[in-house]
Design a protein around this ligand. Structure first.
Ligand SMILES: Cc1ncc(COP(=O)(O)O)c(C=O)c1O
Length: 483
């Protein structure tokens, strides 16, 4: 007979292998069913804030529960309360990168669960990270002097890039900080279409949100170079130090592309750091017909690319490239005593390239998905997104109730319903998006361009076909006609 003490001891370990195997099989079936049937789910719930929480137990569990019950609660409580970014009718933001192959990569990294802080704490994780970063560099055609590091998001990448820029403009800031040093006021320039990650970085680095100068953009939503020059001249005259320009390849609203070669020239003249935010659009440089988006990159100091937006790697996976990566290491290398033994080799220790110490094995999922798709598979899918975007633009142009609100770039289309009194056009466009999103039939985004509300569709989801797009367009027309 097994004594109680023995039973208790057994329960302290892990799930027995034969049970674990069964649970895994059940989970595999759950994932395959979810993926196969995702189209039958509403894209988004129509819930009031707090409704989901009200259905969940407020008290933490006292005793352990069976996995089967937890999985069935996912079906019952979690899945219905979700916006399904992987749904083929999800057309918000930049579409979504989920694929069956990406799920495999994500699953594979779960049992390995290492901490890739130093080379020695997991040589394979470190070396694979270096390899996939270099694969992507080759695909993008970036010169060999660029090397990178994987972070969770582009916002974090931009912050690290600007930390390196700040260190070069104000030596020893990592040691001494910014106060009581008679440093000038620093300024960062970016367009009024650029991402708010610029301000977040300035807040974090003690540069200050107000020192991000939003330069007006031109009629194609690109940074106006005359305005940039004027802003710099004004600042220099006022003893403000121009620190960096953040130029964007693929802005969040319209996927416009700043004129990088001219901006790079201004940065050289003013000895400013040039950061390129290619979070969404940078990856399109892989396409020969989009090579032009990477003009001037060789003159940049840093570039951020989000494979979790465009290159089918599941969230989160963002790469920051820096020309001469040592410039970044100089700012962040710091070896606590407890890690000294694990940092003796001259190999790369990724903890030295940012504020994060513990690091997931993110490279594995990129390696899996990029091998499963290959460059050819990636290019074919990017081209399909561009084809769908142009198809939709054609439909919009041929319907006089609507107009295109920006040139179509990459996989993004901005457009506007215009059959209303001019005071009503903005609220009507907002209303169309709200009603569609609340219906759970499709999901769009709204944004403002030149102060006007527009609807926006972003492609990226591999499940979205021409048929889905046609259905979405019909829903938009039908919703607009009911206003
Ligand atoms: C152009 C651009 N830059 C930066 C970001 C921020 O990306 P992340 O969510 O990875 O921080 C976004 C997000 O949409 C973006 O569109």
């Amino acid at each position: 007979m097994i004594s109680k003490a023995m039973k208790d001891r057994e329960s302290l370990g892990d799930t027995p292998p034969e049970i674990f195997r069964k649970q895994l099989h059940a989970l595999a079936d759950w994932i395959a069913d979810f993926r196969e049937n995702i189209e039958t789910l509403p894209v988004a719930p129509d819930e009031k804030p707090g409704a989901i929480r009200a259905r969940l137990p407020a008290q933490p569990p006292e005793e352990g529960e069976p996995f089967e019950r937890i999985l069935s609660d996912v079906d019952r409580l979690i899945v219905p309360g979700m916006v399904h970014w992987s749904h083929p009718m999800f057309l918000g933001y930049f579409g979504w990168t989920m694929t069956a192959s990406g799920i495999l990569g994500e699953i594979l990294s779960a049992p390995l669960n290492v901490n890739a802080m130093t080379w020695r704490t997991c040589p394979a994780a470190t070396e694979l990270e270096t390899v996939v970063i270099d694969w992507l560099r080759q695909w993008l055609g970036l010169p060999g002097e660029f090397d990178g590091v994987v972070y969770d998001t582009a916002s974090v990448g931009i912050m690290h890039a600007l930390a390196a820029a700040r260190e070069e403009a104000a030596r020893s800031t990592r040691k001494l900080g910014l106060t009581n040093r008679e440093l000038p006021r620093f300024r960062i320039y970016t367009s009024d279409e650029a991402h708010s990650a610029a301000e977040k970085a300035a807040i974090t680095l003690g540069i200050g949100e107000e020192n991000v100068r939003r330069v007006p953009s031109d009629s194609d939503f690109r940074m106006d170079l005359n305005e940039l020059r004027k802003a710099i001249t004004r600042d220099v005259r006022d003893n403000v130090k121009p620190l960096a320009v953040i130029a964007t390849v693929g802005t969040t609203s319209t996927a416009s592309v700043d004129l990088i070669p001219a901006i790079a020239k201004i940065c050289r003249e003013q000895r400013m750091w040039l950061h390129i935010d290619g979070a969404y659009g940078g990856a399109f440089a892989m396409l020969p017909e989009y090579k032009w988006v990477s003009r001037g990159w060789d003159m940049a100091d840093s570039i951020v690319i989000n494979p979790h937006k465009t290159l089918f790697v599941p969230l989160d996976f963002s790469v920051l490239y820096v020309r001469d990566l040592e410039r970044l290491r100089r700012v962040f290398t710091l070896v606590p005593e407890v890690l000294r033994g694990d940092t003796i080799e001259g190999e790369k220790n990724y903890m030295d390239y940012g504020i994060q110490l513990g690091r997931r094995f993110r490279a594995l999922k990129a390696w899996v998905i990029w091998r499963l798709l290959g460059r050819a598979g990636i290019l074919a899918r990017l081209r399909e997104q561009i084809r769908l975007a142009n198809l939709l633009a054609g439909w919009i142009k041929s319907d006089n109730c609507f107009e295109l609100a920006a040139p179509v770039s990459m996989g993004v289309v901005c457009f506007r319903f215009v059959r209303a009194h001019k005071d009503q056009i903005d609220p009507f466009n907002s209303e169309i998006v709200e009603r569609i999103n609340a219906s759970g039939r499709a999901y769009l985004t709204q944004t403002k361009l030149c102060g006007r509300t527009v609807m926006r569709i972003g492609f990226g989801n591999v499940l979205t076909t021409e048929e889905h797009l046609r259905k979405a367009w019909e829903i938009i027309q039908e919703t607009a006609s009911k206003l």
